[in-house]
Design a protein around this ligand. Sequence first.
Ligand code: T5A
Length: 222
Amino acid sequence: MRGHFITFEGGEGSGKSTHAAALAERLQAQGIAVVRTREPGGSPGAEIIRHILLSGIAKPLGAEAEAFLFAAARDDHVRNTILPALEAGRWVICDRFIDSTRVYQGALGNVEAKLIRGLERITVGKAAQPELTFLLDVPATVGLARAQSRRGGAAADRFESESVEFHEKLRAAYRALAAAEPARIVVVDGRAPREVVAERIWTIVEERLHPASSLSIEAVAP
Ligand code: T5A
């Protein structure tokens, strides 16, 4: 049986990694084989492109060029990590995916929607569409403060260093996406205490994907 594909989306510091890890752990504790992965990255080729993108050296090339780089990374990631895992019956939990490109490069970077959708068709097609996406929604100031405290003295990356206004627009663009695709994207208030957020996510996963009915023997760590 094919595995399920779940993605986590939201602004910087909204809790995506925290809750992707918590969900993976809970599924694994039930005996479900899980691959936890992330974008940009998640495969050897895509991790190289991640360094280029997050260092900011591609920023002067413009948002369109960055969209091509995210697409190149995604193509490698889908072919080498996501599809093989799903086909092997594993559940895939991915920290950021297509909605990040739609929002960061599309809505905020003004890259034409037609181009974004075209890249999505080539890299993701029908085979690697997420079935369920959690949008962790927090005000930009909350997310940025969390991200800053987590990285300590290290410098902000390419997108973290954008203005608060940029991050507020990002939040609005994400909420608009969720409103347009309510069957796939579930908005979760990321300001709530960790355990509350984790429980809400688990309830939705149970309701929609019925983990108890897809147990497998092997559990794969990220
Ligand atoms: N990007 C990515 C694009 O522009 N286009 C694309 O197509 C793609 C795929 C990736 C960057 O690339 C851009 C977007 C991004 O800017 P990244 O390094 O992967 O960058 O960074 P992010 O995805 O933004 O991840 P972060 O690590 O910044 O944030 P998370 O994962 O949302 O947050 P997390 O879980 O690490 O939590 C941050 C801190 O908050 C605490 C955690 O313990 C942690 O310390 N926390 C909470 N505190 C209180 N209450 C809660 N409920 C909490 N939940 C977590």
